[in-house]
Design a protein around this ligand. Structure first.
Ligand SMILES: NC(=O)c1ccc[n+]([C@@H]2O[C@H](COP(=O)([O-])OP(=O)(O)OC[C@H]3O[C@@H](n4cnc5c(N)ncnc54)[C@H](OP(=O)(O)O)[C@@H]3O)[C@@H](O)[C@H]2O)c1
Length: 269
């Protein structure tokens, strides 16, 4: 039995669908008991570890997705998981040990546990561009660092890797860096979304200081905003890397950003 957390989100939604299609026994941890998913649901909350033992009853493997910007209950959560399950697949990020992000803390806790672990380390999600939906509807995206070049990954490809790792052997102790198949500047991403939607959308490069103010107001977490701005600035000179992990593990080439934009055209209309 596999327990999938974050099952209503970008990656988890595809993961439970793929596991259900394969007929693999799986259940989804949800906060909202009314959530409609293709696998049975069980109510629980990662910020309240006391809700987890019931969800973990009979579970051997957990696919852990940690939402938000902080993981203050991670130590307790991992210790509850360790008492019930033997294996964990963690959706991390493409971090180095120096990166100041909670994923490093969660990875450290998992490594120190007795669980058999695999880390998925994607770079930028294509679904991040959904944050531009309102501006795309208005025809102009005002954002910093139009030349920042990213290898955005389709959430369904992260889920395909997760499903493969969750259902096959030989991944213990592996950290898999994941990316999409090509590098595109942020301005090009906006143009491609415009093409998929059938309208012209232009890029208006926002000065970083103005963007910082607006993003802190929108996202609320100054550290996260500063990290994002620094990462985009760096990607102007050094594009996010492209790796072949999706194809190597799943046997299928990673989906292009054009494909992602076609799949999500309705979200921008
Ligand atoms: N975006 C990127 O570029 C990027 C890159 C690398 C790594 N990541 C990592 O990927 C993860 C996000 O994945 P995603 O985009 O698939 O997620 P998402 O779409 O943001 O969805 C978050 C999921 O977590 C659930 N959730 C929220 N709070 C919860 C709680 N307290 N307890 C239990 N479940 C809770 C939500 O369920 P409800 O239905 O209850 O809200 C939802 O299913 C994050 O850890 C992020 O750091 C993101």
């Amino acid at each position: 039995m596999i327990l999938v957390t974050g099952a209503t989100g970008n990656v988890g939604r595809h993961t439970v669908a793929q596991l259900a299609e394969l007929g693999v026994p799986a259940r989804a941890l949800v906060r909202n008991p009314a959530a409609q998913l293709p696998v049975p649901t069980v109510v629980g909350d990662l910020t309240d570890p006391s809700t987890l033992p019931a969800a973990l009853d009979g579970v051997s493997t957990v696919f852990l997705i940690w939402p938000g910007f902080a993981a203050s209950t991670a130590a307790e959560v991992i210790s509850v998981i360790e008492r019930h399950a033997s294996r964990i697949v963690y959706l991390s990020a493409n971090v180095t040990p120096e990166t100041k992000i909670f994923h490093n803390d969660v990875e450290r806790l998992i490594r120190a546990s007795g669980l058999s672990w695999t880390f998925l380390r994607p770079g930028g999600f294509a679904s991040n561009t959904l944050g531009w939906a309102e501006q795309i509807r208005e025809g102009v995206v005002r954002w910093p660092y139009g030349k920042a070049a990213r290898s955005l990954i389709h959430e369904a490809d992260i889920a395909s890797v997760a499903t493969h790792v969750l259902t096959t052997e030989g991944h213990e102790g592996q950290s898999y860096v994941l990316s999409g198949p090509e590098v595109l500047s942020q301005a090009d991403q906006v143009r491609i979304i415009g093409e998929a939607v059938g309208r012209t959308v232009t890029w208006d490069d926002l000065p970083p200081a103005v963007a910082r103010e607006e993003l802190v107001a929108a996202w609320g977490d100054e550290g996260f905003v500063d990290g994002a701005l620094a990462a985009w600035a760096a990607m102007v000179d050094v594009p996010e890397p492209v790796v072949d992990t999706v194809e190597r593990l799943t046997g299928k080439p990673a989906r292009t950003f054009h494909q992602w934009a076609e799949d999500h055209a309705e979200d921008f209309r």
